[in-house]
Write a protein of this length. Sequence first.
Length: 320
Amino acid sequence: MATVSAGARLHFGFQNLSLAHTRLYGGLGVALDEPRVRLHATRSDAVDCPDPTVRRYARRATAVLGVPGAAVTVDATLPRHVGLGSGTQVALAVFAAVAAAYDRDVTVREYAPDLGRGGRSGVGVAAFESGGFVVDGGHPTARFTTDPPDEGEWTVPPVVARHDLPDDWRFVLVVPDTSRGRNGDREDESMRNVVERADATIADEVSGVVTRRLLPAAAEGRLDAFGDAVAAIGRLNGAWYADEQGGVFRPPVGTVVDELSSHPVVTGVGQSSWGPTVYGLTDAAHRSAAADAARAALDAAGVDGDVRVARPCNTGATVE
């Protein structure tokens, strides 16, 4: 039996969505210690798994690996389509578990495109590999115009910067009880619309924030400076997405972001991917106050939801 455990990830945004620049996308994000996916795989003559989503990933994994099948059991999984990277983390976890069950020494980065992963952002793959705060180099715009190449016909974007984050940092996660984030064909259509009309000057602003503010703060472990830079990047990205999602942040996420941003113990508030997950940065000493502020933000937005506080994860997935 092979057991794999991997944490969720937050996606802070992209460095560029304009076709006017030579590199497209370029994701920024961080690995989290929780919530986690944890599953087991054993060799089998066919694919056997009671969870329909995981079963689909297992079929893909066995086909890519060229093995007859696998029995997969799930201890815990990630909430789907809420901005925590469930698709990539679960797909890679299943693949790694099936490969390990067959004593196959593989790298998920090499096989991720065959699993349909890494087609835009490389943050999820990098988070699975090594955790930490990561910045990827994006894709060549000449190949990734408004549509990515066919599945398997790309390479995962290279990691151009990675830093461990301090052990006492905490991310407060707020998941409003509202519609799930865009995915599948709808996400592809929305991204196509965003890229076709993206303002190139926003990418220049994002670049300045990344190089002069975010990366130095990450390298030096300065919480407030890191949070300020992350929040700025989130709002700049929101300007690209405003027409597609109904504002810089999708409703009612915008209200949650504004309310949580006003609390003195929370910084770096933003929307992960298409949401609805909202994140904010605090430290271990203020985790309870940050969680209370998150619940108050949900109340102000008039929605129910879940709140949790998670550590950043500076290691990748575990394979046993």
